[in-house]
Write a protein that binds this ligand. Structure first.
Ligand code: AMP
Length: 412
């Protein structure tokens, strides 16, 4: 396990400049207004802990994918929102710094008093950030005396502010958000209460092969939905009409099914499917069994028989991990399967089943259905990062942090 800020203790931060990588990559509308501040709120426990410990808090983040410096991708509105959120708790200084390094950043950081917070401008205004440039990392590192990573969503990338900086600045510690992600996801994978079911959906088998392979070593039940299911059904020799299929993955699907059988893992595929001629709201839909798919239609959601089967299988399980929608949930006609699974997960959570949602489109489905994250045991904040974590890959932004129990190190 990685060393956390709580393990380091409040005294360790007293009067220190603490450089914190957060994920403030928030969605904005055309006017630049923040449409969802979840990611800012998610960092508050770490920021407040450090402020209470009298640290000088230097926050850094990326926003979007800017090509050079543009006002559109400035973190200024995020700093304003952060100030509002923090002032609800206690009055504090939150300063926006117009550059993430150089004289501007150094001067601003030097003026901080214990308990103050500043947010540096978008790291990705410099291409060196994503290139993990050592000199850029060294300059970032020079702003702090302690490094804290609280940006799970970017921990699968070795960038200057996630991995590079730790070559020049130690201790390198995990913030509360990162700690919770690591604990929840690794406990789910490595020490689940059994039976342990995983539901994997989404568009492509090819993008989930790593996850499927890893979960085959961990889970008792594997439920497959979304467009992915049609490759598995075709691999069984069924006709799937115009459904999205990856013909080059059929051998893989057969291999996975054989492996699941050999290991005694229950593999659940759809029994019935909601079909339509096109992916559009308001189109006529047809419900068919998987044996009777019309050759001119696309399978776009699982049907009621499948939902009943999934519900009955899940009701026997003690841990459930869900990644990827079961249908095209963005179109109301094809959202029922995904929404039914969400209802089941919410219900089972109240019955002490551990329910974990692995980022990306599943989180978008929760939001579309207005389900609060607190209704489930854990909702991961990372899309790509949680997928890679579930593949069993060691994420570079986590691997580089200090180990718990290790002596507080010096920069490498
Ligand atoms: P992924 O990013 O691989 O998790 O895929 C998520 C996307 O898969 C969502 O945008 C869904 O609309 C899409 N999806 C789910 N089921 C289907 C389906 N049966 N046919 C086409 N796309 C689907």
């Amino acid at each position: 396990m990685k060393k956390t800020i709580a393990q380091a203790g409040r005294e360790a931060f007293n009067g220190k400049r603490v450089l914190v990588r957060v994920d403030f990559n928030v969605p904005q509308d055309e006017t630049g207004a923040i449409t969802d501040d979840t990611r800012i709120r998610a960092a508050l426990p770490t920021i407040n802990f450090l402020r209470d410990a009298h640290a000088k808090v230097v926050l850094m983040s990326h926003l979007g994918r800017p090509k050079g410096k543009t006002e559109k991708y400035s973190l200024r509105p995020v700093a304003a929102r952060l100030k509002e959120l923090l002032q609800k708790a206690v009055s504090t200084q939150v300063q926006f710094v117009e550059d993430c390094l150089g004289e501007t950043a150094r001067t601003a950081v030097a003026k901080l008093n214990p308990g103050d917070v500043c947010l540096l401008e978008n790291l990705r205004f410099y291409p060196e950030e994503e290139k993990n440039d050592p000199e850029f990392s060294r300059q970032l590192a020079s702003l702090g005396q302690i490094y804290v990573d609280d940006a799970f969503g970017t921990s699968h990338r070795a960038h200057a502010s996630t991995e590079g900086v730790t070559h020049f600045l130690r201790p390198a510690l995990a913030g509360f958000l990162l700690e919770r992600e690591i604990v929840m996801l690794s406990e789910t994978l490595n020490n689940p209460a059994r039976p342990f079911a995983t539901i994997i959906g989404g568009a492509k088998v090819s993008s989930k092969i790593g996850v499927l392979d890893h979960l085959l070593k961990k889970a008792d039940v594997l439920i497959i939905g979304g467009a992915m299911a049609f490759s598995f059904l075709k691999a069984r020799g069924l006709e799937v009409g115009k459904s999205l299929v990856e013909n080059d993955q059929l051998d893989y699907c057969r291999k996975l099914e054989a492996e699941a059988k050999a290991k005694g893992i229950k593999l659940v595929l759809p029994l019935d499917v909601v079909c339509a001629a096109e992916i559009k709201a308001g189109v006529p839909t047809t419900l068919v069994s998987v044996e009777n798919m019309p050759n001119n239609m696309i399978g776009l959601d699982v049907g009621p028989e499948t939902i009943s089967l999934i519900n009955s299988v899940l009701s026997e399980c003690k841990t459930i991990l869900w990644n990827g929608p079961l249908g095209v949930f963005e179109v109301p006609e094809f959202a029922k399967g995904t929404y039914a699974v969400i209802d089941t997960l919410v219900d089972l959570t109240t019955k002490k089943v551990k329910t974990v949602v692995g980022g990306g489109d599943s989180v978008a489905a929760l939001q579309a259905k207005s389900v609060k994250e607190s209704a489930l045991t854990h909702v991961s904040t990372g899309g790509g990062a949680s997928l890679e974590f579930l593949e069993g890959i060691e994420l570079p932004g986590i691997a580089c942090l200090d180990e718990a129990g290790a002596q507080v190190g010096t920069a490498r």
